[in-house]
Design a protein around this ligand. Structure first.
Ligand code: GRF
Length: 200
């Protein structure tokens, strides 16, 4: 059984969607550990309630690579195969990326490369795009930038606020993150440049 490590900083709804699919047997893996850099993260509490290994490694005041070494050590200890960033509000160091090549995924609430960074749903709404969505991608050392695995489009409606748009995007996030995890776990893909090509 492959082992997932989830990294989060807050609410943890993407983590919960993944955990539901794991529990229902729709993802052939187990969640080996949930790590938060913030002690108050709701996702950490949810992980504990679900009986999962929930570990807080506070990042405050720590230098990036020194912090990442602690996180990688925890992931290694739990023998994690695939790292899923789920609202983890930190850039990873080149060290971390090298330790898990093509084994770190992230979800972002826009159709990348549009609107990277914070508050992507608000950025898209303010820009006036008619279609936004979400993206699951491999993580490299740049912000929201690695090869794209799955995207879902979400229309922006006339009467949307950033909040209503974000809520509809979030539903799609919960669906496509598990889809992307299954693709990566299956190993049935290869990279052509930065294009992720599925093998069947
Ligand atoms: C999501 O919108 C995700 O796309 C972004 O951060 C948010 C995390 O939400 N990276 P949650 O903690 O999974 O509920």
């Amino acid at each position: 059984m492959k082992k997932l490590g989830i990294l989060l900083s807050g609410r943890g709804s993407n983590f919960e969607a993944i955990a539901d699919n794991v529990a229902a047997g729709r993802i052939p893996a187990e969640i080996a550990v949930v790590i938060s850099n913030r002690p108050s993260a709701r996702g950490l509490e949810v992980a504990r309630q679900r009986g999962l290994n929930a570990v807080c490694i506070p990042s405050k005041g720590m230098e990036r690579e020194a912090y990442d070494r602690l996180v990688v050590a925890e992931l290694r200890k739990r023998e994690v195969d695939l790292v899923c960033l789920a609202g983890f509000m930190r850039l990873l160091s080149p060290y971390f990326i090298r330790e898990f090549p093509l084994k770190i995924l992230n979800i972002h609430p826009s159709l990348l490369p549009a609107f990277p960074g914070l508050d992507a749903q608000h950025q898209a709404w303010e820009h006036g795009v008619k279609i936004s969505g979400c993206t699951v991608h491999f993580v490299d050392e740049h912000l929201d930038a690695g090869p794209i695995i799955v995207q879902a489009a979400v229309p922006v409606l006339n009467d949307d606020t950033p909040e209503t748009l974000a809520a509809r995007i979030l539903k799609e996030e919960h669906r496509i993150y598990s889809e992307a995890i299954n693709i990566v776990l299956s190993g049935k893909f290869h990279l052509e440049g930065r294009r992720v090509v599925f093998d069947d």
